[in-house]
Design a protein around this ligand. Sequence first.
Ligand code: DAU
Length: 400
Amino acid sequence: MKLLVTGGAGFIGSAVVRLAVARGHRVVNLDALTYAACLENVAEAAESPLYAFEKADIRDAAALERIFAAHAPDAVMHLAAESHVDRSIDAPGDFIETNVTGTYTVLQAARRYWVQAGRSDGFRFHHISTDEVYGTLGATGLFTEETPYAPNSPYSASKAASDHLVRVWHETYGLPVVLFNCSNNYGPYQFPEKLIPVIILNAIAGRPLPIYGDGSNVRDWLYVEDHADALLTVLETGAPGWSYNIGGENERTNLELVKTICGILNELRPGAEGSPCRPDRLRRRPPRPRRALRNRPVADPPRAGLAPVGDGGGGAAAHGAVVSRQRALVAPAAGADRGRRAAGPGGVAWRFWSSARRGRLRPSWRGSGARRRSASAGRRRISPTRGPVPRSSAGPGRRR
Ligand SMILES: Cc1cn([C@H]2C[C@H](O)[C@@H](COP(=O)(O)OP(=O)(O)O[C@H]3O[C@H](CO)[C@@H](O)[C@H](O)[C@H]3O)O2)c(=O)[nH]c1=O
């Protein structure tokens, strides 16, 4: 397949580009190279004849038209976005511009191209969004694809708006779209403004470790390469008009996560100057506005399946790279036939498997108990008017 990946020099986008090229897809990386993007993130893939780069802004309709015509992609994977919640609180304008106007402009360009190319059924527009659109979880439960949208920050409101635009380009114009909402990604090349790279870099440098509130907010952590794997898998097997939640089934409070990272760093650099990472380095920061705190005890040891890669040198390690030990796999639902039936015609239900927590492979899906409302996994049909709507569950968790 030939993929047009917007934001392919960013954190999640570059993981998609690297994996897609490694799997033999042709990839056009479209990126404006704003502050959080870096072509080093795709240096390996860029050596491949399968790879091409186009520097462009997703709000530039003329550039998009040229790029669609020049490369004739089979699918768009739209990841270009402003993504940092804190920045959106300080300066929301860029988020509206890039995430809303930008997504609209890409949708229009994709639609025009798709119509001119004869409205191929095989074309796909994949929109990669966030579980932030669902807002705040209670002390129990998980987000599902049917959770009502309740964004709490300018960032999440802009992503919610973009999700609605994508859905409507399917409803109104028939564009074959698929929508993804993921939990917190971590892994190589993450820009050091998010929690994990901030903590790693500060700890190594002997600086204070900033924790918002009392650190009891809970996040579900998804290894970025597992996320890329899920996105490419659904690209090959998923049906248009559906949305999928993607999570790592790996919930930790922020405080537990920070302590885990400290523990790992202390093992790796015992007695080194600037280390060890001590609790007295924790610095409480005021909680971010409009973010309720939830305190939910997590039973398992707070190791979080994280292990560092690299030696603190350049590349990934410079951004505080971590790699998941549990290596959550995207696998067809146990009893793939049952999964297929649950998901509806042409679709496959996916579950996330994890060896985390008890050190062995086990399904992170725990069946159709009270927390999970049905046996169909992690997706919902966007358009209820175009076919049966499977009951859905298996969304990532998010508690603040
Ligand atoms: C940067 C930073 C964050 N935090 C807290 C705030 C949150 O409760 C938690 C994670 O913060 P962040 O790493 O900024 O990520 P968060 O706000 O959850 O949003 C992320 O996760 C979302 C997916 O849920 C993505 O859509 C966003 O693009 C991404 O930024 O850690 C701290 O306590 N200290 C910090 O220095």
